[in-house]
Design a protein around this ligand. Structure first.
Ligand code: ATP
Length: 244
C-alpha cells in the first residue's frame, strides 16, 4: 500500500477522511471531520455517549450507505471488523465461522492457526453456543485476523465481558497487534482501556476530533504508573468527568 509522488514512495495512511459529514435528520453528527491514521497505528476513539463514535466507525467501515453525508474517505482493501457482540453464526461451527468467505488454498489451515493464536486450539468443531462470552470474542478476533487486515475496526469489542476476561482480552489484543501490526481504530467508553492499549487516543466531541493525544508509555503498561494516571486525568477532563 504505497503512493508515488515525484519519485518518492510514501506510505498511504490506513484511514484518511477529509471533510467527512454524516447527518441524521437535521443534525450533523460528523461535521467536516478530518482524520488520518497511519499504517500500523493503534488508535482509540473516546467520546460521550451519542457523540458519533459508532457513526464514524461505520462510515470508515463503509457500512453506512443509507446515511446522508459527504466528504472524502480512503481505507485499505483488507478491513476487518469486530463488535461488542461476536456475531458468530450459530449454525456454523467455530472454524467455519472463522474462515467464512475466505478463498484460496489453505484457508482451513489458516483458520486453525488463527484459532490457536487466540488460545482456542481444539475448539474448531465447537458450536458458538458452546463457547463462553470471552471465547466467542476470541473466535471473533481469529475471524478478523485470518483475513490479514491492514485495518482492524473494533466497536466496544470487550464491552460485554466481565472485568477479569476483559483484562485478558486486552493482553491478547495488544499481543496480536504487536505481532501482526494492522492499523487499529478501537471505539471504547473505557478511558483506562484506551490508555492501556492505544498509541494515540482521540476524543470526538461536537462532530469533530477535540483531543488528539499521543500515549508514550513503556510496555507492558501499568495503570499504577503516574504518567498513566496523567493521561487518564487529561482524557477524563476532556470528557467532562470531574476528578475528585
Ligand atoms: N440510524 C440512525 N438514525 C437516526 N439517528 C441516529 C442513527 N444512528 C445514530 N444516530 C444518532 O447519531 C448520534 C450519534 O450516534 P452514535 O451511535 O454514533 O454515538 P456513539 O458515540 O457511538 O454513542 P454510544 O457511546 O452511546 O454508543 C446519536 O444522537 C444517535 O441518536
Amino acid at each position: 500500500m504505497a503512493t508515488h509522488t515525484g519519485g518518492l514512495t510514501e506510505a498511504r495512511p490506513a484511514i484518511r477522511t477529509s471533510g467527512l459529514v454524516r447527518r441524521f435528520g437535521d443534525r450533523d453528527v460528523l461535521k467536516n471531520l478530518d482524520l488520518t491514521v497511519p499504517q500500523g497505528e493503534f488508535t482509540a476513539l473516546l467520546g460521550r455517549s451519542g457523540s458519533g463514535k459508532s457513526t464514524l466507525l461505520r462510515a470508515v467501515a463503509r457500512l453506512d450507505h443509507t446515511v446522508e453525508g459527504s466528504g472524502e474517505l480512503s481505507v485499505p482493501d483488507r478491513v476487518s471488523l469486530s463488535f461488542q457482540d461476536s456475531r458468530l453464526l450459530p449454525w456454523l461451527r467455530v472454524l467455519d465461522n472463522v474462515v467464512l468467505g475466505l478463498r484460496g488454498p489453505g484457508a482451513r489451515e489458516r483458520g486453525l492457526t488463527a484459532l490457536a493464536e487466540v488460545g482456542l486450539e481444539g475448539r474448531d468443531r465447537s458450536w458458538p453456543h458452546e463457547l463462553s462470552g470471552g471465547e466467542q470474542q476470541r473466535a471473533a478476533l481469529a475471524r478478523a485476523l485470518v483475513r490479514d487486515p491492514e485495518l482492524l475496526l473494533a466497536d466496544e469489542p470487550f464491552g460485554a465481558l466481565d472485568a477479569l476476561t476483559r483484562i485478558r482480552m486486552h493482553d491478547l489484543l495488544r499481543e496480536l497487534y504487536e505481532r501482526h501490526r494492522p492499523a487499529v481504530l478501537l471505539v471504547t467508553h473505557d478511558v483506562d482501556e484506551a490508555v492501556e492499549l492505544a498509541d494515540r487516543v482521540l476524543v470526538l466531541e461536537d462532530g469533530l476530533i477535540s483531543v488528539d493525544l499521543r500515549i508514550d508509555l513503556p510496555s507492558p503498561r501499568s495503570r499504577r504508573e503516574p504518567r498513566f494516571q496523567e493521561y487518564r486525568d487529561t482524557l477524563l477532563a476532556a470528557l467532562g468527568v470531574a476528578q475528585p
